[in-house]
Every structure is written in structure tokens, then in C-alpha cells.
Write a protein that binds this ligand. Sequence first.
Ligand SMILES: [Zn+2]
Length: 425
Amino acid sequence: MYDLVLRRARVDDADPPHTVDIAIAGGVIAAVGDVPPDAEAAQTLDCDGMVVLPGLIEAHLHLDKALLDRQLPNAAGTLAGAIEVTGTLKRGFTPETVRARAATVLRWAVANGTTLIRAHPDVDPIAGLTGLDVMLELRESHRDMVDLQVVAFPQEGIERAPGTYELLRESLRRGADVVGGCTYNEGDLDACRRHIDTVFALADEFGVPADLHADFADDTRDARFALAEAIADATERHGMAGRVALGHVTSLAARAPAERAAVIGRLAEAGVAVVALPATDLHLGGRGDTAAVRRGVTPVRELLDAGVLTGYSSNNVRNAFTPFGNADMLEIGLLLAQTCHLGSPADTERILAMATTSAARITGTDADYGIRPGARADLVVLGTRRRADVLTDRPDRRWVVKRGRVVARTTRTTEVLDGRVPQPA
Ligand SMILES: [Zn+2]
């Protein structure tokens, strides 16, 4: 007896097209292939040849700061402006307001096919542990629909914001899953280096992975934005290959090709992952350019070609850092494709991997991930029949399955009325 069987699911673009059945029991995929028609199941969904992916993963999302754009926009449009505006709004955070905004976006993400979110709540003397505590609470209250990993994120810096170190320790004691870092938001290079040492020491002490915002600038004229190599060195020193992720890394795109290749090579050797955040990076980057405005997105193709574990994510949804977004990994995937010259069917496969299998590795959840027997039954059924069309179509997420349970569905009908349908008088 299965809990759920997905019939006629398309899992590749083989020619001629073929489909498989996916049988689920106890929250785990029990069989992929031909499930006998008379197999007993509590629920059956007919995918009718539609594409099925493993659940999408948002590897980097600031749920605590989402949906702040209507309260106070970022008039300057810069990173400094975004930090300032958000710092002002953070003073008014209460558990109730953070919970309401975060839960709204979390549910959007689920409806859009996401089954795991790594959330980065601010931990600093302004917000205290308000965002962190709300995330820990949402991790429990929403665990049937989405896995939430909580990163203790020192947005205001550690050295620059006294008290943050103690708050980070307390966050990890309370159950944060990951220690965060924000190297660029320190006053000078020495402080940035001490920031890195602190983050890795906390990762050692609490036995957690590290996830740092790094090198978030148009270029590396300011040495605080050229720290990817230093973080790669620290990763090796602390034996943390495969357990360190960097968000943004936009300044890398502006380095000379040989220098860029050397940094990318170091990231690959050290086992440091990169998460591109194109919606934010495009919006905040290149603000000083008066001609040939930079795209400001990390060089995704070069990272992938060099074997750096690379993902992407929404980062922010409708706030001073990014006044756009729906917590939709396919929408951001299309944006990434368009801005990184990733336009071929093979490139689409790379982007789908970044949103699924690579993101699972980045979040350390790959051991039981995928569409195969034994994997956790996190799946999304898309209203399209070719994987190559997934980004361009951004199809309806017809059903979203979390540990074998349908947690979201989308049904809608669109008709072109070409005169055959009687019009109301
Ligand atoms: Zn971020």
C-alpha cells in the first residue's frame, strides 16, 4: 500500500518521450519506473507527461526582511542605502510582524515548488534575536510543508557591532543550523580577517556549516571585497571542504581573467560553494557606472566550468535590497539565464541542477535527495512537458509534494476567446 503514486511523470527529455511512475510510502520514494496499475495507493495523481523535478531549494533567503518595501523604499538604490533603510526598519521589528511577513513569503515559496529554504535572519544588536527566534519557531510550525535551515547572520558585521559575537553564540545555542558571516560590513581589512576567523571558530565549536556574504561589490578596488581566497584558505585550515557557502561574490566578475581564474580555482580546490543572487546583485550593482553598466553577477559559467559547486537563490523579496520577487526559483533561474548568457538546452539543465541537486549539496541535504528509491519524497509537478522549456514557461506548479504529502497545488484555466465563445450581451 503506497501513500501516493504519481503516474506518467516526465523526468528527462529523452526522444521519443517516455514517462515513469513514482510510488511513495512513509515519506520516501519507494519505486520509480512502472508501478503496476493495480498497486494500492491512498492517493494517485496523473501527471499526464508533465515534468517532475525534485523539490526546489532556496539556498539563501532573508525571510525576516521580506516585504518591507512598502514601509520604506531604498531611494539611493545602493547597497549602503539598503543597509541603512533596513537598519532603520529593523528597530521596529516585533515577533508578530516578522512572523507575518516571513510566513507569507515562506508559503509563496512552497506554492512555487520549494521544499527547503536556508533562511538568513539578521542577528545583531538592532534586531537582537527576534528574527532568529521567529525562524526557529517557523522551522517547527511549518515542518510538514518545508524544511527550514536557519543561519545566524551578522548583517551589521561582528567587529563593527559590539555584542554581535555573543548573540551569534546564543543563536547557535538556541539551535541555529548554520553560522553566517558578512565580511564586507567591517571597517577595515584586518577586521574583515578577524571576522572570518570568528565565523570559522564558531563553526568548529558548534559543529555547524558556514555561509558567508562575501565580495559583494562591483570590483575589488576596496580590498574588503577580495576575500574569497582568504575564506578558501580558512576552509582548508578548518577542514571544512563542502561545508562553506559564499553568497554574492559579485566582485569576482570584474577581476582580470587570469586573476579571476586563480580565485575560482582556489574555491574549487577548497570545496567552497558559491550562491549567485542575481535579483539583488543586478539591482544594487553598477550604480556608479555611467556607461557599460556592469551586470554585477558572479561569473556563473566560469564557476561551473571550473567545478565550483554553484547555486542560486532569491536572496531578498520586495525590500530595500531587492524591490522585486515572488520567492520563485524558476523566475530567478530565468533571470540568471538571461544575465549570464546561459541560453542553450544544456545551460537550462545546469540551471535546473543549481536549483535542485547542487542546492541540496550546498545545504548538506543531498544524501536522500532526488527522484530515486530511498530519497525523501520532495517533488514538484510542473505544467509543462519538456525540461528544456521549464525556465521559459515558468509553468504552474501543479502539485508540490513534501515528504509524500501534497502541500500545494495550482489549478487555473486560460482560454483565448477567438469568437467561438458567445459573448455576454
Ligand atoms: Zn543575503
